[in-house]
Design a protein around this ligand. Sequence first.
Ligand SMILES: [Zn+2]
Length: 89
Amino acid sequence: MSCEYCHIGHYELAYSPYIHWYHGKIMVIPNAPAYSCDICGHMEYDASFLQKIDHLLNRFAEEAQSNTVSYRRPVVFEPNLMHTTRRSQ
Ligand SMILES: [Zn+2]
């Protein structure tokens, strides 16, 4: 596939950081699949990757609206005990 920008080069698979603002917070995916032009360097993120990100963000938004998101308390492992217990102080 030839480059949409320079119309000369061809895209090669590359990995690039994907940075996206989401409700005032920054989301960074260090090695997002992308395609980079071998002549001008124009970069396009992989379409299926963007669809997956979109799907995940929509799901988070739906869960946040329905208040079904639950946060588990961290489990404290006591090495000398047979069972895990919560620290009581
Ligand atoms: Zn190009």
